[in-house]
Design a protein around this ligand. Structure first.
Ligand code: 5MM
Length: 341
């Protein structure tokens, strides 16, 4: 393992002004997104949509440091025969790959999940590296509810995340470690804080036990945030203050970067939260976005599966990428959104 090179890639993934495009929706998830805009989820439509994003020159060259791909996408070619991964490389962004194989019910733990995909992962990583992937992603899902999460679910998911991360580094691939505490419930921000703290502490404990080099990874956490159904929604300032307090308590400074998931926040909330956190600096790690929905909802709507809407879709994507790029430096203002509208 060349740790200097892993650290160089991880640092580039969280460079100020840039962040990661999470375009790794699995077949089921992309179908849901396409259903919402009335587009059939065929291989060609998925290719056309992602080609539109990767050919958005302004976004890709100025605000996107890396793209997380799904297995289908990394092997796909654009309409003119250029491999999609080459479009990403030629824009200057780093290609990455989702390597988990989704979740399964955790035995003896009703309502809880464990992420799977470790079998044959070493062989798969080798092929992805040859194809050009320089980082990978594995997402663990922790739900908050009555009596959950259990320490069992937190423990097995942390163990799998660390197994994955160690295999990545051995294959010269930077692991994005994503333990997502869902924001779907009616819990308040303090419950999210407590659960996320337990999850992060356990995850870093496992990473150390399994000898993962913290300098060669990126953490992709949720923010400390109120559940969607909570009657008392925390303000932008409270989310920023509590998230930074939590991360400072749990994430060693040896980690080069933290790139948040958006988790179902609105586009503008996700941007405002990241921006507010940068107002609380200086911070010990790079801090940016790795958004899926908060970067793609607008371009999906603008595109709606029509070739004549490609330019509009690219404008919508570039706008969100620019707003989040500014937020990753604490330079975003809500008036910039209004001007664009
Ligand atoms: C883009 O969505 C990713 C893949 O999800 P599935 O495996 O469920 O299809 C997802 O892991 C995503 O990278 C993260 O959850 C962050 O995305 P959001 O939309 O929460 O920013």
């Amino acid at each position: 393992m060349n740790l200097t090179e892993l650290n160089r890639i991880a640092t580039a993934m969280v460079a100020p002004g840039k962040g990661i495009l999470a375009a790794d929706e699995s077949s089921g998830t992309i179908k849901k997104r396409f259903d919402a805009i009335g587009v059939e989820s065929t291989e060609t439509n998925r290719r056309d949509y992602r080609e539109m994003l990767f050919r958005s020159n302004e976004a890709m060259s100025q605000y996107i440091s890396g793209v997380i791909l799904y297995d289908e996408t990394i092997w796909q070619t654009a309409a003119d025969g250029t491999p999609l991964i080459k479009l990403i490389e030629s824009s200057g962004a780093i290609p990455g790959i989702k390597v988990d194989e989704g979740t399964q019910g955790l035995p003896m733990c009703p309502g809880e999940l464990v992420t799977v995909g470790l079998d044959k992962l070493a062989e798969r990583l080798k092929k992805y590296y040859e194809r050009g992937a320089r980082f990978a992603k594995w997402r663990a899902v922790i739900d908050i509810g009555s009596g959950i999460p259990s320490m069992t679910a937190i423990g097995v998911n942390a163990h799998a995340l660390a197994r994955y991360a160690a295999l990545c580094q051995a294959a010269q691939i930077v692991p994005i470690v994503e333990p997502e505490v869902l924001m779907d419930g009616d819990h308040d921000i303090d419950r999210c804080y407590d659960v996320t703290q337990r999850v992060l502490n356990k995850t870093f404990q496992e990473l150390r036990v399994q000898r993962v080099a913290l300098e060669g990874m990126v953490l992709k956490p949720n923010m400390a945030i109120s559940g969607k159904k909570c009657t008392k929604q925390a303000s932008v300032e409270e989310v920023a203050e509590k998230t930074i307090r939590l991360l400072k308590a749990c994430v060693p400074a040896a980690v080069p970067g933290i790139a948040f998931l958006s988790g179902g926040q609105s586009d503008e909330e996700a941007t405002a939260h990241l921006n507010a956190m940068h107002k609380l600096g200086p911070l010990p790690w790079g801090l940016t976005f790795s958004y899926g929905r908060a970067l793609q909802a607008a371009p999906q709507k603008a595109w709606s599966g029509k070739a004549e809407n490609v330019a509009a879709g690219q404008r919508a994507f570039s706008h969100r990428a620019r707003m989040n790029g500014l937020a990753s430096k604490g330079e975003w203002q809500s008036s910039l959104e209004k001007k664009a509208a």
